[in-house]
Each structure stands twice: as C-alpha cells, then as structure tokens.
Design a protein around this ligand. Structure first.
Ligand code: ADP
Ligand code: MG
Length: 495
C-alpha cells in the first residue's frame, strides 16, 4: 500500500467498494427508492481517476445523475480518494475498460428475482462490460455473498408490498392463494406445473406471482433462480434479441432458470412468433422439471387467439381463478391496509368504501391511500365527511346513475323473462330468481332505499327486498357461475 500518492486499487477491491457503496445508498435512501432508481446501476469500469456507472435508460440516467450524482461521487471518494469523477452513462454506451466481470461482488439483494448465466458461460474469459444488456457471469453457486449481482435482464423487479403476508385471503381468492403458496413451498410438484392464475383486472394475480417469487428468492436453503416478467416484456426482449442477433443468449438465459413466471399472458394473443418462442421455452423448462407460473385475464380454454397446443399445455397443471371481490373481502382488505397505513380510519369509512368501490382492489387501495395522504398532510382525522370531500371524484364515478328501470330491463333480457314479470306476483323460480337479482342490483347500484326499491317491484314490502339481497349474496358465495352472472350484469349496468 502506498502512503503518499493514493493508488488506483485493484479490480477486486473496486468491486468490494462498489458493493459497500450500494449498500450505503440503499440504507440511506430506503428500500423502495433504491429499488426504483438505483438498483439497475451497473459498475461499468474504471479509467484513470474516473469511475463509470451505467443505467439502462436515459431517463434513469438523468434522474440518478441529478439526484444522486453528488452522493455517488462522495461515496466513491470516501472509498478511494484517487477517484475524482463518477461518470453516469446510459448502459449501451460502449465502455473501453477492463473487464470487471469476475470481481464485481455486490451485496446480496433480497430484491430482484434473478437468473443465472448458463453454467457453460461461467468459465468464459471475462468480456468487457457493456452495460445492462450484458449478462454477468456468476461465479460460485448462486446465493453466497460473493455472488455477482445478477440483476438479470430477464427478471423484472418485485414489488416489496406484494408478499403472501400482505395478501388478504377470502372466499374469492382462497383457492388461488393456496395454489400459489403450494408452488412457493414446493416448486415443480406434479399437478401444480404449470400454475395458471386467472381473473379480472386488479384482483391480485400479479401480487400472488410476486409473492411466490419473493418466497423462493428469499429461501436460504436450496436456492432457486426465478425470472418474473410480463408477457409484454417477454416479447420486447425477444424482439430485441432478434434485432441484436442474440436470440441464442436470450434462449439460454431463459432456459437456465428454475422458475419462470409470465404475467398477463393474454398480451401474446396475435403475437405468433413470440408465442412460438414461449411455447418452446415452456416445453423445455417443464421437461427439465422446472416450474412455470402464468397469469392471464381468462382461463386457458377461453384465451382465444392463443395457439391451441399452447392453451392445452397451459391447462395441464393447476388452473386457479381469482373471483370478483365480495363486500366482506373488500372490507378485510381495507382493514388490513388501513392498519398498516398508520392512520386511524373509522370502520364506518371502511364500510362505506367497501360498499361504494366494487370494481377492483387497485381502486379501493387508491382511494384509501388518498384518504391517508390527506389525513397526514393536513393532520385531520379521517371521517365520513372528509371521505366524501377527498374522494369526491372517485365516488362520483362510482355513483352509477343507473335507474331501477334500467336494471329491471337488463336483468329481464339476460334471463329471457318478460319485463312485466319484474313487478308481477308470479313466484315460479324462473321468474322469482331474476327478480331477486334485479332487487339486489338495485340495492347495490342505486341509492334508493329498500321501501323505494320494493315499490318499483310491484309494490313489494321492504322485507322482501332485504330477503332478496341476502339470498343473492348467499347464492353468489356458494355458486361461482351464478356469481359470475351477477357480476357480469353489474358490469354491464355500470358501463
Ligand atoms: P392483477 O395483477 O390481478 O391485475 P394486482 O395483483 O396488481 O392485480 O393487484 C392490484 C392491487 O390490489 C395491488 O396493489 C395488490 O396488492 C392489491 N390486492 C389485490 N388483491 C389483494 C388481496 N387479496 N390482499 C391485499 N391486496 C390485494
Ligand atoms: Mg397484473
């Protein structure tokens, strides 16, 4: 070690410094921020007294330069006074610097689902780092401290909130939840491969997939490499690989994972080449005993536009659907999220929201977040009044201006009964059930009182309406097909 002139350190030491800097940054800015902006930084090299760090997009580069540039420089100087400048570049700028591949040890991040390089490449001669489109060789066996950070090109970052602990289980999602848990505990079990999760927007598909990935990547014994990405990203990566003539690498990368998760597969409808590629990868991985998890908005058999053979294979493992939320589930979710938000939200408000915002959990969450933010900002307690005030626009959008007449008409059409039967005295099941559904929807979708609703249905008593509401609720819980029917009607009327 020199004493007078600071010396440019050896590469391995550089890697140690970098690891420490990343760790410091992470501690300073917090998990979420780090994950959002800084995680994708790659140490590209050292040239004289200048360190180069790359980021995959210009936007990220600009953001990181302005917000963290000075801090990065200071941290580098703290590690090694010989370094005078930190250059932050967009990743694919070529870096004419010595390779650091083997020596870049980053701290283990519990953050990204990751993949490893295919084993054959591990011993390859170090190649110059070319920013994020380059893969990092992974020395050692994956999960030890010396492991090169494999911020994989393949894997998208995981949302820290999307864990099993953060998932509220209720009737509509308990089966999907149980399947997800099972796969996270024992991937590639017969009967659970592939796991196919489907359901409407905002019902928790992505949440469950991330939860599986978190569980698997956080395991300390028998490590598993996981690649999670949306079908859209899958396609873009595939196209990019074709363009840069690196499809072999793309394939190898994909095929080296233990668990492959593709979210929103319906995106591949009409994208025949990408489907084909996915199909082959899928088959390869399943043959190797690797786990596949896929989500979509419909069941495999309903994914018209996906190749038949792919649909067949997708349906071969476990197919689990997430049903529309019930009032009870919405309320439990709100309770759980409110408890975590650290702001007291009266039960009345939660009940009101669970009642009003029925579309999906994402909107429900958004509404609650806004209430909490407002309460924090102005230091005012959350009440029904502030709720009306703060969520004015959201509530208005949900204040469906559906009339009872419209509901009766739609429901009668749907069940092929006469409109007059909505107010007739006939009690045959074929008529009475649709009438009950219409009353139920009238209660849900309008602000009419029970007696008012009763009057519109042939001057019935309010207790008849009450009975209809509880009967339909009960049936919806018991009978999935019936529930879907009612949901469909509700959506039709709301749109
Ligand atoms: P999808 O992928 O099905 O469209 P997401 O998984 O993105 O839906 O869920 C939308 C939002 O709702 C996320 O913030 C998610 O955490 C939340 N969410 C959905 N279902 C639940 C649940 N059962 N418990 C807690 N949060 C949920
Ligand atoms: Mg999703």
């Amino acid at each position: 070690m020199t004493t007078t002139e600071p010396e440019i350190v050896e590469l391995p030491q550089l890697a140690v410094h970098w690891a420490r800097i990343r760790g410091r940054l992470q501690a300073e800015v917090g998990e979420v921020e780090y994950r959002t902006w800084l995680r994708q930084m790659t140490l590209a090299g050292l040239d004289g007294d200048e360190i180069t760090v790359t980021l995959p997009t210009r936007f990220l580069r600009d953001w990181v330069s302005t917000r963290y540039g000075d801090r990065l420089s200071a941290l580098w100087q703290g590690e090694n006074p010989a370094i005078r400048r930190v250059e932050i570049r967009v990743g694919n700028a070529s870096v004419p610097l010595p390779a650091l591949t083997e020596s870049l040890a980053a701290p283990r991040e519990p953050v990204a689902a990751r993949t490893e390089e295919p084993p054959a490449r591990r011993d390859a001669a170090p190649a110059p780092i070319q920013g994020p489109s380059n893969s990092h060789a992974a020395p050692g066996s994956g999960w030890s401290e010396e492991r090169v950070e494999s911020r994989s090109d393949l894997a998208a970052p995981l949302d820290p909130r999307f864990t099993f602990e953060g998932f509220v289980v209720g009737k509509p999602n308990e089966f999907a939840y149980a399947c997800a848990r099972r796969v996270a505990e024992r991937p590639s079990s017969p009967g659970f491969n592939p796991l196919f999760l489907y359901g409407g927007v905002g019902l928790g598909k992505t949440h469950l997939m991330h939860a599986i990935a978190w569980e698997l990547t956080d395991r300390t014994t028998s490590p598993v490499s996981v690649a999670y990405m949306s079908a859209e990203k899958f396609m873009y990566r595939f196209i990019a690989a074709i363009r840069s003539q690196s499809t072999m690498e793309f394939k190898e990368n994909l095929r080296s994972v233990d668990v492959l998760m593709i979210d929103d597969l319906q995106f591949l409808i009409g994208k025949d080449n990408t489907q084909e590629e996915f199909f082959h990868t899928f088959n390869y991985l399943v043959e190797q005993g690797k786990q596949i998890v896929v989500s979509a908005d419909k069941s495999p058999s309903d994914l018209n536009g996906l190749e038949h053979r792919l649909r067949t294979r997708l349906g071969c493992g476990m197919v689990a659907d997430l049903h529309s939320t019930t009032y009870e589930l919405r309320l439990s979710i709100l309770e759980a999220k409110a408890a975590r938000a650290g702001v007291e939200v009266p039960v009345k408000v939660l009940e009101f929201l669970a009642h009003k915002i029925t579309s999906n959990v994402r909107e429900l969450e958004g509404a609650l977040n806004r209430l909490v933010a407002h309460a924090n900002l102005f230091g005012r307690p959350v009440t029904l009044e502030t709720t009306h005030e703060v969520l004015h626009d959201i509530l208005k959008a949900h204040d469906r201006r559906v009339t009872i007449e419209e509901i009766q008409k739609k429901v009668a059409e749907h069940y092929s009964i006469r409109l007059t039967d909505m107010s007739s005295a006939r009690r045959a099941r074929a008529v009475a059930r649709p009438r009950q559904v219409a009353m139920f929807l009238a209660k849900q979708l309008t602000s009419r009182s029970l007696p008012e609703i009763g009057r519109k249905f042939g001057n019935r008593d309010h207790t008849t309406v009450m009975h209809a509401v509880s009967r339909v609720t009960e049936l919806m819980e018991r009978d999935g097909t019936f529930a879907e029917d009612v949901e469909l009607l509700r959506r039709l009327l709301e749109s």
